[in-house]
Design a protein around this ligand. Structure first.
Ligand SMILES: [Zn+2]
Length: 199
């Protein structure tokens, strides 16, 4: 939830008309989306504020300083990983009437080499799954199969996003985006059926 937080709130901002994205149907860009305006979910300054809020809420509930710190950093990690793959569209700060002027837009654009990007993304995902397997163990059958079906589902979605047609509309894109909350719930379900196992 922390690592995916800014993508979890982005669809709501789209539906509210606060942020904007354009869908490209000419097949000239991967992914077929132009992130024209998303400073409240995806500017570095906003992400740092979300990270502090996320950590503060966690600390209030769980009273764990270390846990809050890790989750805050996980929120920020999303922006840094986006920075590697995105076309230059990530702002540093929202363009409010600041004396700073318009924010530069950043992105190292690994998305323009989709095959390489795919390899990189799947490798990071495999590393994450491996780390999770190494540090947790299933306490029942659900702990095993809920995890592996989630892994298979995530890979399937990723392949569908990569090779499938562009989304039919912004509204459809935003509602599919809202469905990411189900993945958070699925993650919690997996976690409930596994316990920590020190490697
Ligand atoms: Zn993102």
């Amino acid at each position: 939830m922390a690592a995916q937080f800014i993508d979890l709130i982005w669809p709501a901002f789209l539906l509210l008309g606060i942020e904007r994205v354009n869908i490209r149907t000419d097949g000239t860009q991967y992914p077929p989306l132009d992130f024209v305006y998303y400073p409240y979910s995806h500017s570095l300054l906003a992400v740092m504020i979300w990270a502090v809020l996320f950590a503060a809420v966690y600390f209030t509930i769980r009273r764990s300083r270390a846990g809050a710190m890790v989750l805050g950093l996980a929120v920020i990690s999303h922006w840094l990983l986006d920075l590697i793959v995105h076309h230059p569209d990530l702002p540093l700060y929202p363009n409010l009437a600041l004396p700073l002027g318009d924010s530069p837009l950043l992105g190292f654009a690994i998305w323009s080499s989709p095959i390489f990007e795919m390899g990189l993304e799947l490798s990071i995902f495999a590393l994450g799954v491996w780390l999770y397997l190494r540090t947790t163990k299933a306490i029942d059958a659900i702990g095993k199969w809920a995890l592996w079906s989630l892994v298979a589902f995530l890979v399937t979605i990723h392949l569908g996003n990569t090779f499938g047609p562009p989304p039919p509309s912004i509204t459809a894109l935003a509602w599919v985006g809202q469905a990411q909350w189900l993945l958070v719930a699925w993650g919690y379900w997996v976690d409930k059926h596994r316990v920590q196992a020190m490697p």
